[in-house]
Design a protein around this ligand. Structure first.
Ligand SMILES: NC(=O)c1ccc[n+]([C@@H]2O[C@H](COP(=O)([O-])OP(=O)(O)OC[C@H]3O[C@@H](n4cnc5c(N)ncnc54)[C@H](O)[C@@H]3O)[C@@H](O)[C@H]2O)c1
Ligand SMILES: [Fe+2]
Length: 439
């Protein structure tokens, strides 16, 4: 998702809202020790509810079905919609892995026609969406079932929108910009990151403008998400690592977003727990059903959280890295994540401490222990250890990024609506500084 102008009921991020968000805002806390009794390490106080001053909403229109073998339910659910011919939209890597087979079988067993279309590319361009749309129209399909990672799911979302709304696609950039209900869409994720299966967002690349843009609307969310761990077994370790880091970034940025709510915070923290507990095992052996299921569910739970809160500086800065340098989305997020967390720690130290604890860090707080700021910095330190363990590069220079592109990428990052809801107010010079630190 990422750079949308998604409105929430509490959209107006007034200064009053900023001040009362999270218990840890306030830079002066940087070096203050927490006065807590030793020896039992106390949990930091939870971020307070924002006194109900602003009305808040939690909304997710996608029905979620999960568990081993649940892909077999796709056909009966498509039949319930009155469908006759289903387009299974996937990508070449997913088709090579034989993953759409069980979905196709489920559809044909329900007495419907199914066809697999796999002309999807990573970070899909507008042209790829238009081709998929042409195929959908000329083939007389009436439902789209996306089987793949964020690239296949977002291509499917975009084609579903254009099936009922006029082209060009880019006119719908932003929040709730198209009028008509898209074609019916189901989604089955085969990576463990984007959560596009439950989000109202889609990210498409405008190659001519070297820009990844986001469209958002509750109507863009799939009607049903099927989380079947059997579809992610055997995911290559580097894809598990990258997409898992994307999911962790969603959870962390949602938790610290100025739009976070008590409901989203619960989901985000639980997602951090699930993802942190499973990512190493999942990367080491993607046939471990329990670990892969933890990642798949954790990624979707993070998606439910950020669908309602948007994200932050990390995603704002990751999109230009994808558009300029074709760095996979999850890797781009991971590269920026610890730097932005260190930067944000001044604004929301207590939330950072809670993130560190959810990642399994044991924090000796209190007398003789860590200051609040030191404890907060354990969260980015835990992220760095995780990146090293799962084999994610730590610096932009290792991925061929030209340092001279930083000012242009920073300009594009500032266009993201995620900048405004990052917990620490950010200027373009600070964005440049963060890219330079990650370089
Ligand atoms: N809609 C949203 O809310 C949202 C959120 C975050 C990111 N995104 C977007 O999603 C895209 C990235 O998606 P992604 O990270 O899931 O990667 P992806 O869909 O691009 O897939 C990455 C690679 O993994 C392969 N692959 C996928 N599943 C596999 C499997 N089970 N076995 C073997 N190979 C498999 C694919 O063939 C592909 O080559 C980006 O464009 C990003 O901007 C969207
Ligand atoms: Fe993401």
């Amino acid at each position: 998702m990422e750079s949308t102008t998604a409105t929430q009921t509490q959209t107006a991020t007034s200064d009053a809202n900023v001040k009362t968000t999270g218990s840890g805002n306030g830079a002066s806390a940087a070096t203050r020790a927490i006065a807590a009794p030793a020896p039992a390490p106390p949990l930091p106080p939870s971020a307070p509810l924002r006194s109900g001053a602003l009305p808040q909403t939690f909304y997710n229109p996608t029905r979620v079905i999960w568990g081993e073998g649940c892909a077999a339910q796709v056909g009966p659910h498509a039949a319930k919609l009155g469908a006759k011919k289903v387009l299974v939209l996937s990508d070449p890597g997913v088709v090579r892995a034989g993953i759409p087979k069980s979905v196709v079988e489920s559809i044909t067993s329900a007495g419907l026609e199914a066809e697999v279309y796999s002309e999807v590319e990573p970070d899909p361009r507008i042209e790829i969406v238009e081709k998929a749309l042409e195929h959908y129209r000329s083939g007389g399909f009436d439902v789209i079932v996306a089987v793949g990672g964020g690239s296949a799911m977002d291509t499917a979302k975009a084609a579903a929108i254009l099936a009922t709304n006029p082209s060009p696609l880019r006119q719908y950039e932003g929040w709730e910009k198209f009028a008509n209900e898209p074609a019916p869409l189901f989604a089955l994720p085969t990576t463990v990151g984007t959560a596009s299966e439950v989000t109202p967002f889609l990210v498409i690349t405008d190659a001519a403008a070297k820009f990844k843009f986001t469209i958002g609307s509750p109507q863009a969310a799939p009607r049903i998400a099927f989380l079947d761990p059997l579809l992610v077994l055997g995911l290559p370790g580097n894809v598990t690592a990258a997409t898992g880091m994307d999911a962790l970034t969603h959870a962390i940025e949602s938790y610290t977003s100025l739009l976070s709510t008590p409901i989203s915070e619960g989901l985000a923290l639980h997602a951090i727990r699930l993802l942190s507990a499973n990512i190493r095992t999942a990367v080491a052996n993607s046939h471990n059903v329990s670990a892969m299921n933890g990642m798949l569910v954790g990624a979707s739970v993070a998606g439910l959280a950020f669908s309602n809160t948007r994200l932050g500086n990390v995603h704002a800065m990751a999109h230009p890295l994808g558009a300029f340098w074709k760095i996979p989305h999850g890797v781009a997020n991971a590269l920026m994540l610890p730097h932005v967390m260190e930067y944000n720690a001044l604004a929301c130290p207590v939330k950072m401490i809670e993130i560190a604890q959810s990642m399994g860090e044991s924090l000796p707080l209190g007398v003789g222990g860590l200051t609040e700021h030191e404890a907060a910095l354990r969260a980015p330190a835990a992220v760095r250890r995780m990146m090293a363990d799962v084999g994610i590069p730590l610096r932009l220079r290792d991925l061929g990024v030209d340092k001279a592109s930083i000012p242009d990428m920073a300009q594009d990052a500032m266009k993201s609506a995620n900048i405004a809801i990052n917990p620490r107010k950010t200027t373009i010079n600070e964005i440049i500084g963060l890219y330079e630190k990650a370089y």
